[in-house]
Design a protein around this ligand. Structure first.
Ligand SMILES: Nc1ncnc2c1ncn2[C@@H]1O[C@H](COP(=O)(O)OP(=O)(O)OP(=O)(O)O)[C@@H](O)[C@H]1O
Ligand SMILES: [Mg+2]
Length: 246
């Protein structure tokens, strides 16, 4: 059996009286590429933010290698260094160069030397095709390039799992492909990934596990063949048919 990295158990999240996530259960094993799909407002981002503890779950557990990291005694910063995150809006440091963006976390959080941090940063920037831009500032590069730098920055922390929240939604259409192709390469290289996405082709063709969320619950989950090829729930069928029309 696979090596279990994350187990989400009975996770719920409310903002005031608004229950946004209800009794969410799923697992991520090493090498899994899990896509989370669902309509706007269904709780996908909140779920991802609960997984890396940017939000505190109201109840339930987030087990990382069997240990509940939602427990108050856990060092959140240490946990987060194992769980990379790539945001829709890149969140690069605009006053730093591309290279510095990929070094700072390694130096500050992982306590790497400048030399080692630079070496790692260069390796991951090359991997995403951004080595020629190391001295550029974020404002000098395109959205697709920024997102590739954000991916390299996350990789430079050598996380065990990478979380992506709609990494291509803020991009001009012509730049979506270059980011998806980097993500596909990572998946093929065995990276464990949890990806919130509206890119149904990515969910269908690249992931091995698809989670369909509707109104704060997991409505249906399974392999891409199951969820896309033979959806069981009417809500899933309706969601997928809305997408096919667009
Ligand atoms: N910090 C917050 N305070 C109050 N309500 C919130 C907060 N964050 C999210 N919500 C609410 O939780 C619900 C789910 O939001 P969430 O952003 O998780 O949805 P989503 O599935 O990611 O949507 P989208 O596809 O538009 O990104 C929404 O009704 C939203 O208004
Ligand atoms: Mg969202």
């Amino acid at each position: 059996m696979g090596d279990m990295i994350l187990e989400i158990r009975h996770l719920s999240k409310s903002f005031g009286s608004h229950e946004v996530l209800r009794d969410i259960d799923f697992c991520v094993e090493k090498g899994d590429v899990t896509s989370i799909i669902g309509a706007s407002g269904s709780g996908k981002s909140t779920l991802l933010r609960c997984v890396n503890l940017l939000e505190t779950p109201t109840s339930g557990e987030v087990l990382f290698h069997g240990k509940n990291v939602a427990d108050r005694s856990v060092n959140t910063a240490e946990y987060r260094s194992h769980v990379g995150m790539v945001f829709q809006s890149f969140n690069l440091f605009n006053n730093m160069t591309v290279l510095e963006n990929c070094m700072v976390g390694q130096i500050k959080v992982l306590k790497k030397s400048k030399g080692i941090a630079r070496e790692n940063a260069m390796r991951y920037l090359s991997q995403v095709g951004m080595a020629p831009y190391i001295n550029a500032k974020p404002r000098q590069i395109s959205g697709g390039q920024k997102q590739r730098v954000a991916i390299a920055r996350a990789l430079a922390m050598e996380p065990e799992v990478l979380l992506f929240d709609e990494p291509t939604s803020a991009l001009d259409p012509e730049m979506v492909g270059e980011v998806l192709s980097v993500m596909q390469d990572l998946a093929q290289g065995g990276m464990t990934m949890l990806v919130v996405t509206h890119e149904m082709a990515f969910a269908r063709d690249v992931s091995n596990h698809v989670v369909y969320m509707n109104q704060g619950i997991i409505c249906e989950e399974g392999t891409p063949a199951e969820v896309f090829g033979n959806p069981q729930k009417q809500e899933t069928k309706d969601f997928l048919s809305r997408f096919r029309k667009n």
